[in-house]
Write a protein of this length. Structure first.
Length: 190
């Protein structure tokens, strides 16, 4: 199994294998949704997670390719609008988790009647490093620069923008352009 980087979004690794059996049994996630200090709701670990292990499976509503919302994730040639808890997964430029899209041909999974059995895609959250109880779980959204917004994740290596790392110069250039378009306010009349 060799997960490869998805050049399109920069946010999802793809792996052609079944997630580790133990992870599948642990799909009843040990996370909770709670208020964060700065970013509204967030997802927090309620049990320690070892580096590389699955945190849980992301369930959601399938959407067509090109669908956009504040929460949707590119998935299986289209998009997935995640249900809670992972709907509330916040961005960090120094994330402790990542999305992995798994392709599984697990014969025990349900299949539409009459349809040919084909691989099933699943989206999972995996730990990038050891995570302690109570830590907020974060991923790097790695958005396209056209959709980028300023980042306030607070990590020491914050890029300043929620965008793909390689697009940071494009984002900064766009921001500079917007700044130069702001017309200085004239003095109020005496
Ligand atoms: Zn940041």
């Amino acid at each position: 199994m060799t997960p490869t980087s998805d050049g399109e979004t920069g946010q999802i690794r793809k792996a052609k294998a079944v997630p580790p059996f133990e992870s599948r049994r642990e799909r009843f996630d040990r996370v909770k949704v709670a208020e964060t200090a700065l970013c509204g709701m967030g997802v927090f670990a309620t049990a320690p997670v070892k580096k590389g292990r699955a945190v849980g499976r992301v369930l959601g509503e399938r959407k067509p390719e090109g669908f956009r919302s504040d929460y949707c994730v590119e998935f299986d040639g289209g998009a997935l609008e995640p249900f809670a808890p992972y709907r509330f997964l916040n961005h960090s430029c120094d994330p402790n988790c990542e999305f992995i899209e798994w392709q599984t041909d697990d014969q025990s999974l349900p299949q539409e009647e009459g349809s040919e059995r084909k691989p099933i895609c699943e989206l999972w959250v995996h730990a990038l490093r050891d995570i302690q109880i109570g830590e907020e779980l974060t991923v790097d959204y790695g958005w396209d620069w056209r959709a980028a917004i300023p980042c306030k994740c607070g990590s020491p290596n914050c890029r300043g923008w929620i965008c793909k790392p390689e697009d940071i110069e494009l984002c900064k250039a766009r921001y500079a352009e917007e700044e130069s378009n702001i017309v200085p306010r004239s003095e109020p009349p005496q």
